[in-house]
Design a protein around this ligand. Structure first.
Ligand SMILES: [Cu+2]
Length: 600
């Protein structure tokens, strides 16, 4: 072992996962008062509301693990203050760059209002919407608030989002909401690292599997042999080897690097929301992570999902939901019969968690569940239906090296997969730019929408888990027109090189996607990688379709699990240049990013 992958110095694993109890601002500020998170309370020191806001971006020393590190903060706070707007008003936000001259996080900053409809020059993406906010400057954001619901905001400069620059955005709607509740809390999930994010990115480029300590062992191998037979096991192993991945690689940065936070508080710090028995409590769950999908549940309580990405959905009651980076879910719970309930959020890779508590008074705790067993990614997960996972016969695979593009077949690790019969009614075609491309290590062969699939690690776990098929907007397709044309884009990557792209082309090499102002069009995404990518289009809604192409739910971020092919409608009703990208921060930086240009 060339590096100290298992040795985190003086930090115990437990301390690392759970963080410091009093983690947070290292200076005299101390952690924010717990009650500052009660949106319905009165003493809300960390909530700013109204129409005029002064936000100062600076660097603040923070300590979540025992080490003090410079975080990027807004008004000295991590997360940034909760902003509360009203639909129908006009907001003025004065964002000042107060980063110190020697900041490791650069000299320029920005705020992007995630999921908010606004003019392009208010969208906050440096190099696209505006020039960024340089040290000592103040940028005046000014726009009409045309929607209600739960959103968030974050830096779009470098890796500042990873360093703490994210906050909740609550917009009170004009019309009464179609549900009732007695209390209202933000539950903002995030991933903190003591590392300089630039160094973390460099490490990913050099050693993309650094965080995947859980390679399968010799013991696992013999278990598999016992279960599936030697030949099937060898074939499965061989295929994974060719794909340069092990079946447990689910996230490229995980709890081996991150300490997860809930409202800026570690698991030990135990963020607490108060309730009285029988009350309805609204939780506005926001995933403000850089890289982490979370699976959220509250043992002992059902959660009724009433909004997704700020937009109302028909209520659906579940035990658990997966929340991709940048998504938001509003849920209503009715705690009773116990004095305390644990809000438990484990990461998709099952390497860590953060928890908090709903309780009748401060200081209470309910049992915290163990992290679920680590799921094994199967070939089926990756749109190679029927092969591999579960010990199927792999002898039909031919690796003799024909020209796969000509045969319309798919490849893994540059190997030809022709001759495989997967009976899925036609193989997936791939853009020519993927063929022979050193930045593309895999293509999916039989991708499917998989909208009713809870996802890797959540199937058949005995709990009712939310799926995209459960999310139905309370309104009909707001545009109503059939899409006039379709653009298909493939999510592509090379694990080992930590290269991420659309259609095998990095942002720097790609032309903008051109949309005609006013048109209704359809985007089809095909995931040709083994990772889940939450794809976010700025400035316009993404109206997800079901398998038949009917409008399902309005979102701003569409998660794309491995092996999935999903479609959504876009109304190009916002002129200008917009960002379109994977919301995993390091994937975006690595090139999974496009400009969308809307012109008359
Ligand atoms: Cu991605």
């Amino acid at each position: 072992m060339s590096m100290d992958r298992f040795d985190r110095g003086t930090l115990s694993r437990r301390r690392f996962v759970q963080g410091l109890a009093a983690g947070g601002a290292a200076a005299a500020l101390g952690p924010w008062p717990k009650n500052s998170w009660a949106l319905s309370g009165s003493d809300n020191t960390n909530i700013l509301s109204g129409t005029r806001f002064d936000l100062a971006v600076g660097e603040t020393p923070m300590n979540f693990t025992g080490r003090t590190r410079p975080a990027i903060t807004v008004n000295g706070s991590l997360p940034a203050p909760i902003l509360r707007w009203k639909e129908g008003t006009t907001v003025d936000l004065f964002v000042s760059n107060r980063l110190p001259p020697n900041s490791i996080h650069g000299h320029q900053t920005s705020i992007h209002w995630h999921g908010i409809l606004l003019p392009a020059n208010m969208d906050g993406v440096p190099g696209m919407s505006f020039d960024g906010i340089h040290r000592g400057e103040t940028y005046h954001y000014h726009f009409d608030v045309r929607q209600g619901g739960t959103y968030w905001y974050h830096s779009h400069s470098g890796f500042q989002e990873q360093a703490g620059m994210y906050g909740a955005l609550i917009i009170d709607p004009l019309e009464p909401e179609p549900f009732r509740y007695d209390r209202d809390y933000v539950v903002l999930l995030s991933d903190w690292t003591d590392l300089d994010p630039v160094a973390l990115f460099a490490r990913l480029k050099k050693m993309s599997d650094y965080d995947n300590l859980s390679k399968q062992t010799v013991g696992d191998f013999f278990d598999d042999v016992g279960r599936h037979g030697l030949s099937a096991t060898l074939q499965d192993r061989k295929m994974w080897g060719e794909m340069r991945m092990t079946p447990t690689d689910l996230s490229d940065v995980n709890g081996n690097t991150y300490t997860y936070l809930m409202n800026g508080t570690t698991a030990l710090g135990n963020w607490t929301g108060l309730f009285r028995s029988g009350e309805k409590v609204r939780l506005r769950v926001i995933n403000g992570s850089a890289m982490t999908h979370f699976d959220v549940r509250i043992p002992g309580l059902k959660m009724t999902v009433v909004a997704a990405d700020g937009q109302y959905v028909h209520p659906v009651t579940v035990d658990e939901f997966r929340i991709a980076v940048a998504e938001t879910f509003d849920v209503i719970v009715e705690p009773s019969g116990q004095d305390a309930f644990t809000i438990f959020a484990q990461d998709l890779g099952r390497t860590g968690y953060v928890s908090g508590t709903l309780a009748v008074r401060e200081g209470l705790r309910a049992p915290v569940p163990a992290v679920d067993p680590r799921p094994i990614l199967t070939m089926k997960d990756m749109g190679h239906g029927g092969m591999g996972g579960g010990g199927h016969d792999m002898s039909a695979m031919d690796h003799s090296g024909h020209d796969m593009a000509a045969m319309g077949a798919a490849s893994m690790g540059g190997q030809d997969m022709a001759g495989m019969d997967h009976g899925a009614g036609g193989m997936q075609q791939h853009p020519a730019s993927e063929t022979g491309n050193p930045l593309v290590d895999m293509q999916t062969m039989a991708p499917a929408p998989n909208l009713a699939d809870p996802g890797i690690g959540l199937r058949d776990n005995g709990r009712r888990v939310l799926t995209y098929a459960d999310l139905k907007s309370t309104f009909a397709d707001p545009d109503g027109r059939e899409p006039g044309r379709t653009i298909e884009l493939h999510l592509t990557g090379h694990m080992e090189r930590f290269a991420w792209s659309f259609d095998g082309l990095k942002f720097s090499d790609a032309e903008p996607l051109r949309l005609n102002y006013g048109e209704r069009m359809r985007i089809v995404l095909v995931n040709d990688t083994m990772m889940s990518h939450p794809i976010h289009l700025h400035g316009m809604w993404s109206d997800l379709e079901d398998e038949q192409g009917n409008f399902l739910v309005r979102k701003h971020t569409i998660d794309m699990p491995p092996g999935s092919k999903r479609s959504y409608r876009v109304r190009a009703d916002a002129l200008g240049r917009w960002a379109y990208h994977c919301h995993l921060l390091y994937h975006m930086e690595a090139g999974m990013f496009r400009e969308v240009s809307v012109k008359e």
